[in-house]
Design a protein around this ligand. Structure first.
Ligand code: FAD
Length: 337
């Protein structure tokens, strides 16, 4: 594993609240490292409603999930946060010197003076299919929710799943792949009606072969399946595109000793600190009397958590409240005149 990165502040989660946490810490002259399990920033705003309008961001009558994330990323630019994407923070431990040691799924570790958990409802990670040896084929034969279908041109492809994403992939491959087989555990799809009708038509036309069953073994070229009637089948393939769904998982945070209450982290409403000094929790992940899971509330929480964090990072400094409108120091930090 890699040498630990020493930092004043580590933000867990780059959703809207984690991003605004970076901004508030930046105004207080605390620079951050940010880790997110996803390949990019935005949390639920990007994952669940990127192109939908949102109307209750203060001072912004309307934007979209993606628009909001873009604005937040632009807002934190002056503070040049270090982003570490595609890795989940998996461990958190207190060191003898009081600092917090955090480790990620990719073997990166951090020694942080303060930690801000902005993990929302958890990391949105693709579910994985549990079959012996299967992880060895990931990225070569087996592809979970592939971002592009281009590489499968001319191949014999098995698409597994029954939701919108799986059906759309099967249809998109009809004219590109050599052969398309759709595998699902039952002959019922959980998808948009129009999409279902298109897929059923393609099945009738022989463009997509439908196989009902559950994969039970795989050896790089052959998928073995069990049908609902208990029979065994084999499918030859070049690529297995799996769509088992994406689910949010709080995952390792549940093991950090933070006294979870119904999968949320209890905090006080002065500092938004957890039961661990220097470990704050903001946004959808926390709970306190009156908690509302709204972005505007998360922004307030992040602001107060940043001030409480500054008292730990700069224990001997009295920090005055300054306005971004008038403070020359803040203008310097923001890189404006
Ligand atoms: P999230 O957005 O959930 O982001 C958390 C991030 O943390 C994720 O990117 C995740 O990958 C990452 N993460 C989690 N665990 C780990 C880990 N261990 N290691 C590394 N990374 C981790 N709110 C409003 O105010 N107005 C609205 O109109 C509105 N509309 C909504 C519509 C829908 C359909 C949904 C689902 C929600 C809506 N919300 C709305 C709620 C709003 O999206 C959430 O309150 C907000 O996203 C919470 O932000 P967050 O940063 O706390 O968490």
């Amino acid at each position: 594993s890699l040498a630990p990165i020493e930092c004043d502040a580590l933000v867990v989660g780059a959703g809207p609240v984690g991003l605004f946490q970076v901004f508030q810490l930046g105004l207080l002259e605390i620079s951050c490292h940010v880790v997110d399990a996803r390949p990019s920033a935005g949390g639920q705003c990007s994952q669940l409603y990127g192109d939908k309008p949102i109307y209750d961001i203060p001072g912004t009558p309307v934007t979209t999930g993606t628009g909001l994330v873009e604005s937040l990323l632009r807002q934190v630019e002056p503070f040049a946060p270090h982003f570490h994407f595609g890795q989940q923070v998996s461990t958190l431990e207190r060191q003898d010197d009081g600092r917090l040691l955090l480790g990620t799924s990719r073997g990166q570790s951090f020694l942080a003076r303060t930690v801000y958990i902005a993990a929302g409802v958890g990391a949105f990670l693709p579910r994985h299919i549990a079959l012996p040896g299967l992880p060895d084929f990931e990225g070569t034969r087996l592809f979970y929710h592939p971002e592009s279908l281009e590489r499968f041109a001319g191949q014999t492809v098995v698409v597994q799943g029954g939701d919108d994403e799986a059906l759309a992939a099967a249809l998109a491959l009809v004219d590109r792949a050599a052969q398309v087989t759709l595998v699902h555990r039952r002959d019922v799809f959980q998808a948009d009606e129009t999409l279902q009708a298109q897929v059923r038509a393609a099945i009738r036309a022989g463009q997509i072969k439908l196989v009902i069953g559950q994969p039970s073994a795989f050896d790089a070229h052959r998928m073995q399946l069990e049908t609902p009637e208990g029979a065994s089948l084999h499918l030859e393939l070049d690529a297995w595109l799996a769509y088992p769904g994406i689910s949010p998982r709080l995952g390792p945070i549940a093991d950090w000793g933070l006294q979870l209450a119904r999968k949320q982290v209890p905090v006080d409403t002065e500092r938004f600190q957890t039961c661990e000094p220097g470990v704050f929790a903001v946004g959808d992940v926390n709970t306190y009397p009156g908690k509302k899971k709204l972005i505007v509330c998360g922004f307030h929480e992040a602001t107060l958590a940043a001030w409480a964090g500054a008292a730990i990072v700069f224990p001997d400094k009295a920090i005055p409240l300054q306005y971004t409108t008038t403070s020359t120091r803040l203008h310097e930090l923001l890189g404006v005149d």
